[in-house]
Write a protein that binds this ligand. Structure first.
Ligand SMILES: [Zn+2]
Length: 389
């Protein structure tokens, strides 16, 4: 079965093309072009043809940092992961990394092993992200203090072996004892190391990047900000072309003007993540994140009884609209931040993130106001069940 979409305005990191068409099968994009060249691809048996005049077509979105959605938490096992991902998929996120909050090492090992199985059976799952336990206690955010720890070789080897090659990302505070050595051990094992939940200054963050870290976990959140005499981790990341910066654009985590400055300073290296907890695409109310209680009101999630933000309730299409309309980001750069840049951050950029032959059949159609109308993930149409924008 294959699909031909024609007449759309294509936007990806390569630029904007009007009257664009794309033909794709279940595995990969077969051909693209402009005008009427799609006719030859529309004659085969079983091909479905979509006239997308007036709409925007982009590659599928890639979320490299999320914790759940639709009332379901990624920490709670395979069924909950699938249910949460279905909600994000309807909002355009076709490939996802499963993030885990700090927990006892045995619990994390079991979760990593379960996600390794899911990664083998569901090609839309890219692997796992350990956000804890190697975080600075003073910047722990919504991670339980009692589960935080410091890294050592044997423990990391245990986690790596549980993940069987599917641990894609690990967040670490570089000031912890053993952290810089851990960065080398992890990057040697093919893991993308992110700096985050940290009190590190500019110099230490630079050193962490020199030791192999290539990502900043939710820039500005759970780390020192930018001061004119204390430039901090964000400035270190913005100034280093090897490093990508995660950003949560949900209206609460980062001011739109600060987001605009980040895009201006590193236009090719901003990655819009959701960091979504279970309430994304679901109702306000009481939730849990790991073993912490979270209260969600008007879409803002906080640790119950505190003012500490506990993840977001955003979906990537909403983050994209925030970049476009609240921060005024150029559409090519905004789309890049949910497609090519996250793919590149985790070294998936030869397979995901562009609408070009050979790339995965992950395609999103949006209306002129940037609301998702159709999604194909690995060539399969995704049910549009989302009533929540
Ligand atoms: Zn997170």
């Amino acid at each position: 079965m294959s699909v031909v979409i024609h007449g759309a305005t294509k936007i990806d990191a390569d630029g904007i093309v009007d009257d664009f068409w794309v033909a794709f099968g279940s595995h990969s994009i077969l051909a693209t072009g402009i005008g009427t060249g799609w006719h030859g691809w529309a004659t085969a048996d079983g091909v479905s043809v979509v006239n997308a005049a007036g709409r925007i077509v982009t590659p599928g979105f890639i979320d490299i940092h999320g914790h759940g959605g639709g009332g379901h938490a990624f920490d709670d096992g395979a069924d909950e992961i699938h249910a949460a991902l279905a909600v994000h998929r309807a909002h355009g996120t076709t490939r996802s990394v499963i993030s885990l909050v700090a927990n006892p090492i045995e619990t994390l090992s079991a979760s990593l092993a379960a996600i390794a199985e899911l990664t083998a059976s569901d090609e839309l799952i890219l692997g796992s992200h350990l956000e804890g336990p190697y975080l600075a206690p003073a910047q722990r955010g919504a991670h339980s203090q009692k589960h935080l720890g410091t890294p050592n070789r044997d423990e990391l080897a245990q986690l790596l072996s549980a993940a069987r090659g599917t641990l894609r990302q690990l967040t670490i505070a570089p000031e912890l004892p053993g952290a810089l050595d851990a960065i080398e051990q992890l990057t040697d094992a093919g893991v993308t190391v992110a700096i985050g939940h940290t009190e590190a200054d500019f110099a230490l963050t630079k050193e962490a990047f020199d030791r192999g870290a290539t990502l900043l976990t939710h820039a500005f959140n759970a780390m020192p900000g930018i001061k004119h005499r204390e430039p901090g981790p964000v400035t270190a990341a913005l100034g280093d072309p090897r490093v990508a910066l995660e950003l949560i654009l949900d209206g609460f985590h980062v001011h739109p003007e600060v987001a605009r400055i980040a895009f201006f300073a590193a236009p090719q290296r901003i990655v819009l993540i959701t960091d979504a907890m279970a309430a994304a695409g679901a109702n306000d109310g009481e939730y849990t994140l790991g073993d912490l209680d979270v209260t969600v009101a008007a879409g803002r999630a906080v640790l119950s009884g505190t003012d500490t933000i506990a993840g977001s309730t955003v979906t990537q299409d909403a983050a994209l609209r925030s970049a476009l309309f609240d921060s005024g980001i150029d559409p090519v750069l905004a789309v890049r931040a949910v497609t090519a840049s996250p793919a590149r951050a985790l070294s998936f950029d030869e397979r995901f993130g562009y609408l070009a032959p050979g790339f995965a059949s992950d395609v999103v159609l949006l209306d002129a106001n940037w609301f998702v109308t159709d999604v194909w993930a690995a060539g399969v149409p995704v049910a549009q069940t989302n009533a929540v924008p």
